[in-house]
Write a protein that binds this ligand. Structure first.
Ligand SMILES: [Zn+2]
Length: 251
């Protein structure tokens, strides 16, 4: 039952993320004007804003002008809903769970904007950092660990910064994203996150080149890989680390 509520919460957050993903790169306000069709500009009625359901009901078209609405919108809503449920199942009704709801929202936001536009926007990084600092404050108040998250942020941002300075190939937006991820997941998981993100990024790049969708010289967005790597850490990070230290460390 709670899973269903969490899923619906995820769907509506996903719907809000869609607005941010569309408007932030265009420099538009995320609160005004209210949702409207990007083709005919008619504002969308409240009952047509129900995530996923209205998309299916309207067969993926605008009620007024019939313009096709991208499948990306309901997909992002669905992904957010599913990811929220997975986090809830793992962490239960805890502060950690709430913190990771925020983190994955920022992961989806930054990851997809970078995928669409090859750009990372300061407003998204700043919001993620401020929110992460808020949860650090909560930890301080509750006498829970604090240092690991600060070091996580420094290492997350620092390692990517060093790679950029020495080798290039990544952007400062990637470093900023790894810094805010570190602030939420702590130093141990940050190290795993860096390892996973860089490897996922490499696999995606090689696949794109083999499929001739990109050439070696094309820039490729890394934030989606960082988002994916961080999500794996949130859900399976501890398990992966335990397995690694038990099985592979001594080879
Ligand atoms: Zn329309």
């Amino acid at each position: 039952m709670i899973e269903l509520i969490v899923f619906l919460l995820g769907l509506s957050i996903g719907s809000f993320l869609n607005v941010c993903i569309y408007r932030i790169p265009r420099g538009e306000s995320i609160s005004f004007p209210p949702s409207h069709c990007t083709n005919c500009n008619k504002s969308i009625k409240a009952y047509d804003l129900v995530p996923v359901v209205s998309y299916i009901f309207l067969k993926g078209r605008c009620r007024y002008c019939g313009e096709k609405i991208s499948i990306k919108y309901p997909l992002i809503e669905l992904i957010t809903g599913i990811v929220f449920v997975v986090i809830y199942i793992k962490y239960g009704l805890t502060i950690e769970c709430l913190k990771f709801f925020f983190l994955v929202s920022f992961l989806i936001l930054v990851g997809i904007i970078d995928y669409n536009s090859m750009d990372v926007y300061a407003v998204t990084i700043h919001s993620a950092l401020i929110c992460g600092l808020f949860f650090l404050g909560v930890n301080m108040y509750m006498n829970l660990p604090v240092k690991t998250y600060i070091i996580g942020a420094i290492i997350g941002g620092g390692v990517i910064a060093i790679i950029i300075i020495l080798f290039g190939g990544m952007g400062w937006g990637d470093a900023e994203m790894c810094a805010f991820c570190g602030l939420y997941i702590g130093v141990k998981l940050t190290l795993l996150m860096l390892f996973l993100s860089v490897n996922i990024g490499a696999i995606v790049a090689v696949t794109n080149i083999l499929l001739k969708r990109k050439t070696r010289k094309d820039p490729m967005p890394l934030c989606p890989s960082i988002a994916f790597g961080t999500f794996i850490c949130i859900i399976w990070g501890e398990k992966i680390l335990t397995w690694y230290f038990n099985n592979l460390l001594f080879f």
